[in-house]
Design a binder for this molecule. Structure first.
Ligand SMILES: Nc1ncnc2c1ncn2[C@@H]1O[C@H](COP(=O)(O)OP(=O)(O)O)[C@@H](O)[C@H]1O
Ligand SMILES: [Mg+2]
Length: 212
């Protein structure tokens, strides 16, 4: 079944936050999901086990183990989600050799845009070996509303030849609070949570359209 990875060697760009929210969103649609946590901090697997209804996760951190185990895990569920690691290109490369779709969250700052181009480079390498796979897209995460940087970032990303998703995930306190609460935005009350939930819904609908 389809395997979707959130990758970017840069830490803090919302890979784990997006992976966990995507896992929950799919589960709400009655799909069976396994999340592979490839990061040394293990935040997404800890997070999923702390949800009111825990979602299955597997911690797999070595590039060799990822290469060998992802296909088998994908057969056990409707959607396999891979939360990529920070720092390690080797791990990201292994993931990109096994997934159907790679999504790159990217903060709209100079440093982060540069690291997104590192991730894009690995994606293009994988695509050239795998005859075009995996499909890939970038989206802007943790953007601050009204900043000029956002428009500049979109223009820059559009030059990478990897599609940029229309949805922008904004920086919001309610999202920063979810991990500590062992929750996801759909479970929280209040207007900021509802607005974030709407953004995640829009993002994930766009992601689903990219799946084969
Ligand atoms: N949209 C957002 N608004 C506010 N905080 C966010 C948002 N997305 C992520 N964060 C916070 O930013 C930090 C890094 O996010 P995380 O998902 O752990 O990134 P990564 O897995 O890429 O390292 C975490 O503290 C998380 O709570
Ligand atoms: Mg992470």
């Amino acid at each position: 079944m389809p395997t979707i990875a959130f990758v970017n060697q840069k830490g803090g760009c919302a890979k784990s936050t997006t992976s966990v929210h995507f896992a929950y969103w799919l589960t709400q649609k009655e799909a069976s999901v396994i999340l592979v946590d490839a990061d040394a901090q293990r935040s997404s697997s800890i997070w999923l086990s702390s949800l009111e209804k825990p979602i299955r996760s597997e911690v797999i951190q070595s590039a060799d183990d990822l290469l060998e185990r992802l296909p088998g895990l994908a057969e056990q569920c409707d959607y396999l989600i891979v939360d990529g690691s920070a720092g390690l290109s080797e791990t990201t490369r292994a993931i990109l050799f096994r997934v159907d779709l790679a999504i790159v969250p990217c903060q709209p700052t100079g440093v982060d845009l540069r690291s997104a181009s590192d991730a894009v480079r690995l994606i293009k390498q994988a695509q050239s070996v795998r005859k075009g796979e995996p499909k890939a897209a970038v989206f802007l995460s943790r953007a601050v509303k009204g900043t000029k940087l956002l428009d500049e970032a979109i223009a820059l990303l559009e030059k990478t030849e990897i599609p940029v998703l229309k949805t922008v995930l904004y920086q919001r306190q309610v999202i920063a609070d979810t991990f500590g609460q062992g929750a996801v935005v759909w479970e929280l009350s209040g207007r900021p949570a509802a607005e974030s939930a709407k953004e995640f819904n829009k993002l994930f609908n766009e992601v689903m359209e990219l799946l084969p």
